[in-house]
Ligand binder design. Structure first.
Ligand SMILES: Cc1ncc(C[n+]2csc(CCOP(=O)(O)OP(=O)(O)O)c2C)c(N)n1
Ligand SMILES: [Mg+2]
Length: 576
């Protein structure tokens, strides 16, 4: 056999074949040198290739696809600037424990490293490394199989996160025999191995829990990611312990569940004596587990409660306060071990929390829910966050399979507290960083990987970060309904320029902007609404038609507060 008649493959096809071999069927990308042909060939080989208008949105799409599927989402970009545009999403994915792989083309190493002024010159590997969980470069076609296997394992095993894979331009054209190429690929076996908790750690947690008078379970998005839905529900219901869902854990049990303490959050955090953290970290979102929120005497004092922490990373323990019973392992295995320990050692004798605890919670909860119902029932003109979100709450209740994407400040905080979720992994939002810009990327990926309707509740500022992707939504004809909560600016539309100059204040936008027309420009449905009734009609129509829709919802520009619920994080000068 001559070399000419031997069947050959190349770097392009080895990358595609390695992804497909591992069950990865979608790429989120933006084309250009040196990856345009890779994207074309991936589509020719039957992969879904979703092409964006900015790499950050493609990266956010990959990240949330990873969260929703437990497979690494793939973002493919060009070199230097495209890579940098994707990097924010990679870093955000790592912070939020979303598995994704940023694959970027890169320029000729020998010229880049001598800084000789190469096209899109940049040492991408070095820049990516501190911002992700792992970073690799593949130089030879025969190493593509290993490179992709390592990237997949790094992204999904242990605590998931972002991985960078550097693919130099020259790699794609390299050839080798098709047979050797095929043999070089690796189908990753058991990419995210279970990690079983130690039996003594389970007993320690159980002992602590049995002695509790005012126990509380806190569910984080790690619990949602784990897909241990039935066991988590059984743990809550079997023990009778009240629970609080973190934002993206809403719907793991329906928010209307009688054991949900969400409407009495400040009471339970301050009063609980034993807290079980399930895939939730004691970071700023939980006031670092100490201070007044937790019943401490001052802003830094420990409140005296004990913690059981279920987490896959042993290093998470004691990050902020002492963890009395660390339960290290994957959440599914830990929860099921704790459940069987409860069932076997405590058996039918498991004692539910004292009624004084649960009824004290119920009392506060009912009072707060009644107050909320009152606020929601008002129908002011102009519409405010409450009257608009009362509609969204009803629409989600009627369409519990819909995915809710949410970003903004007031538009985020009010949606989180007003809109009940009924099913797991249906609420996707700004996560650990409170990052703006995830909106359209998350929405597009959610629609693509689940096929379910998506409702994006967006602050008008938040929407602007990824707004150009409405073209992408129209291009792929995705069932996404974007609602822009238009209050003319960041937090509010009321600031004035203190100098009296012609420029408006830095938080203020064009008044009365018509975001709906943006959607119409690309053939989608744009609707301008000023009342809850109009909003309801427009959202129902969007869900029924499945058409790309953008609803410009006019909100009272005085209704919001500075930074929403986190006003106190703004630094204040000590100077009087
Ligand atoms: C990437 C990024 N840039 C800036 C911010 C700061 N920030 C927090 S919320 C927000 C926008 C709030 O305005 P909007 O989305 O209109 O929500 P509203 O409070 O008006 O409902 C901004 C710019 C951020 N969180 N992330
Ligand atoms: Mg706004």
């Amino acid at each position: 056999m001559t070399t000419q008649s031997q069947e050959m493959t190349d770097g392009f096809h080895l990358v595609i074949d390695a992804l497909k071999l591992n069950g990865i069927d979608t790429i989120f990308t933006l084309p250009g040198i040196p990856i345009t042909d890779l994207a074309r060939m991936a589509q020719a080989e039957g992969m879904r290739v979703i092409s964006f208008r900015h790499e950050q949105n493609a990266g956010n799409a990959a990240a949330i696809a990873g969260f929703l599927t437990q497979k690494p989402g793939i973002c493919l970009t060009v070199s230097a600037p495209g890579f940098l545009n994707g990097l924010t999403a990679l870093s955000n994915a790592t912070t939020n424990c979303f598995p994704m792989i940023l694959m970027s083309g890169s320029s000729e190493r020998e010229i880049v490293d001598l800084q000789q002024g190469e096209y899109e010159e940049m040492d991408q590997l070095a820049i990516a490394r501190p911002l992700c969980k792992a970073a690799f470069r593949v130089l030879y076609a025969e190493d593509i199989g290993v490179g992709i296997a390592r990237a997949i394992r790094a992204a999904v095993s242990g605590r998931p996160g972002g991985v960078y894979l550097d693919l130099p331009a020259r790699l794609f054209g390299q050839t080798m025999s098709a047979q050797a190429g095929k043999q070089s690929l690796i189908k990753v076996v058991d990419p995210a191995p279970r990690q079983i908790p130690a039996p003594d750690a389970v007993q320690r947690a159980l002992t602590l829990l049995k002695g509790a008078r005012r126990p509380l379970i806190l569910l984080g998005k790690g619990a949602a990611y784990a897909r241990a839905d039935a066991d988590i529900r059984a743990l809550v219901e079997k023990t009778g312990i009240p629970y609080l869902p973190m934002s993206m854990a809403k719907g793991l049990l329906p928010d209307t569940h009688e054991q949900s303490a969400a409407a009495a959050r400040s009471y339970v955090l301050a009063e609980a004596d034993v807290v079980v953290l399930v895939g939730a970290r004691l970071n700023w979102l939980l006031s670092h587990g100490k201070g007044k929120t937790w019943g401490g005497k001052d802003a830094r004092a420990w409140g005296g409660q004990k913690f059981v922490q279920i987490d896959i990373s042993p290093q998470e323990m004691d990050s902020n306060v002492a963890i009395d019973a660390p339960l290290v392992g994957d959440i599914g295995s830990c929860v099921s071990a704790l459940l069987s320990a409860i069932n076997s050692t405590a058996g039918s004798s498991w004692v539910k929390p004292p009624a004084e605890w649960t009824s004290a919670i119920a009392e506060r909860k009912n009072k707060n829910l009644a107050k909320m119902a009152e606020a929601l029932a008002r129908n002011p003109t102009p519409m405010n966050f409450h009257s608009a979100l009362a509609v969204v709450r009803d629409v989600i209740k009627a369409n519990p399979e819909a995915i809710l994407v949410n970003e903004g400040a007031n538009a985020l905080d009010f949606t989180r507290s007003i809109v009940d979720m009924y099913r797991p992994r249906k609420r996707l939002d700004v996560g650990t960083w409170g990052i703006m810009g995830i909106g359209m990327g998350f929405s597009i990926a959610a629609a693509v990987v689940t096929g379910k309707p998506v409702i994006a509740i967006e602050g008008d500022s938040a929407f602007g970060f990824s707004g150009m992707e409405v073209e992408t939504i129209c291009r792929y004809n995705l069932p996404i309904c974007v609602v822009v909560m238009n209050n003319n600016g960041v937090y509010r539309g009321t600031d004035v320029n203190p100098s009296g100059g012609a420029d408006v204040a830095p938080t203020v936008f064009v008044k009365g902007a018509r975001y709906d027309m943006l959607m119409e420009a690309f053939g989608g449905a744009g609707v301008h609404v000023t009342t809850p009734a109009e909003l309801h009609r427009a959202m129902d129509a969007a869900i029924v038609s499945g058409r790309p829709t953008l609803i410009n919802a006019v909100i009272d520009e005085t209704a919001g507060t500075e930074s929403g619920r986190i006003t106190s994080l703004n630094p204040q000068s000590a100077k009087k």
